[in-house]
Design a protein around this ligand. Structure first.
Ligand code: G3I
Length: 305
């Protein structure tokens, strides 16, 4: 193939980008999006503060702009995210206990129902584990409603949209030897053993000097897949530039292609200037929309073999 999306499709995968609704009027941005990508993830527009700004009052206009653009152009949509400790609206931040549990489950149900049939994969729960060496859950108002909040969210999502693949998504879960990776692995293994609905694990894969691409990344992908779930690289970006950055992108793509259940890759933005990292050049296109060496390496890796 001659584009990222077409090349990934030839390998039975998708290649996606995080998209911001307010950039859909930027013709350079949309030109690259439509040419290169066959999946999108709304970068912020499906988060809880965006979709339920007041309790019980839902707001889908910005997310709909992205979903409609995707559907009109034959792109998959990854939904991000139904339950998360961060980017909660003020009303939810101030809740606890049974009321919060019910509000969270209602949010999952309402949003997944609204988009039923339009979402390829949902990040049902995002970033529920702590960093560091303990493998513990992250403390949050959701966690304090009880350890079973994650499975409750997955059951509600399955009931609302039985056709969507349901993912657990996190960062710093790329290195197989890290406690956080093992903790997520144990969660998924437990869910599969007990019949809690889960279809996929999202590895965000934000790589930088503090959390670099690990040499055992392929082991992480294949180990999750061996539990009977798909693996998706959901928020890829790689700090750096030039040949070094390009080679890391090449390795990430090769690792995904080596694992049959690694079903797609999403980069977290299109141009470097679109990145959430205020300084840095972690993406595949420069600020002018020109292809970087990282783009060429990614395309070559998708077409290799
Ligand atoms: O919408 C307001 C806008 O009205 C205001 O003018 C502007 C001023 O700063 O802020 C805008 O909101 C910002 C929003 O991005 C849109 O640009 C928020 O302050 C800012 O916090 C938000 O950051 C997002 C971040 O998640 C929040 O947690 C990033 O765009 C987004 O890329 C980032 O994405 C996360 C994933 O969801 C989860 N994994 C990590 C990843 C990177 O942090």
């Amino acid at each position: 193939g001659t584009t990222l999306g077409a090349s990934a499709a030839e390998k039975g995968r998708y290649f996606g980008a995080a998209v911001a609704a307010n950039k859909l009027s930027d013709s350079t941005y949309v030109g690259i999006l439509n040419r290169e990508f066959n999946s999108v993830t709304p970068e912020n527009e499906m988060k809880i503060d965006a979709t339920e700004p007041q309790q019980g009052q839902f707001s889908f206009a910005n997310a709909d702009r992205i979903v409609n653009h995707a559907r009109a152009n034959g792109m998959k949509v990854r939904g991000h995210t139904l339950a998360w400790h961060s980017q909660q609206p003020g009303w939810m931040q101030n809740m606890s206990g049974t009321a919060l549990r019910q509000a969270m489950l209602n949010h999952v149900t309402q949003v997944a129902t609204y988009y039923r049939g339009k979402i390829d994969s949902w990040d049902v729960v995002n970033e529920a584990f702590a960093d560091g060496s303990t493998g513990a859950r992250r403390d949050s108002n959701l966690q304090r409603t009880g350890n079973d909040w994650i499975e409750a969210a997955f059951r509600a999502a399955r009931a609302a949209d039985p056709g969507a693949k349901l993912c657990y998504n996190d960062y710093n879960t790329d290195n197989w030897s890290h406690a956080k990776t093992q903790a997520v692995y144990n969660l998924v293994r437990d869910f599969k053993a007990r019949g809690v609905p889960i279809d996929c694990v999202g590895l965000q894969s934000h790589f930088n000097s503090g959390s670099p691409y690990p040499s055992n990344y392929r082991t992480t992908l294949s180990s999750f897949a061996a539990l009977g779930v798909d693996v998706q690289i959901t928020e890829l970006d790689i700090e750096g530039s030039g040949t070094t950055q390009a080679n890391t992108y090449r390795n990430v793509v090769a690792d995904c292609l080596a694992v049959p259940r690694c079903t797609g890759i999403t980069v977290w933005g299109i141009r470097d200037t679109d990145s959430w990292r205020a300084s840095g050049t972690p993406l595949l296109f420069d600020g002018n929309g020109n292809k970087k060496p990282a783009y060429t390496a990614t395309l070559e890796a998708l077409n290799a073999g």
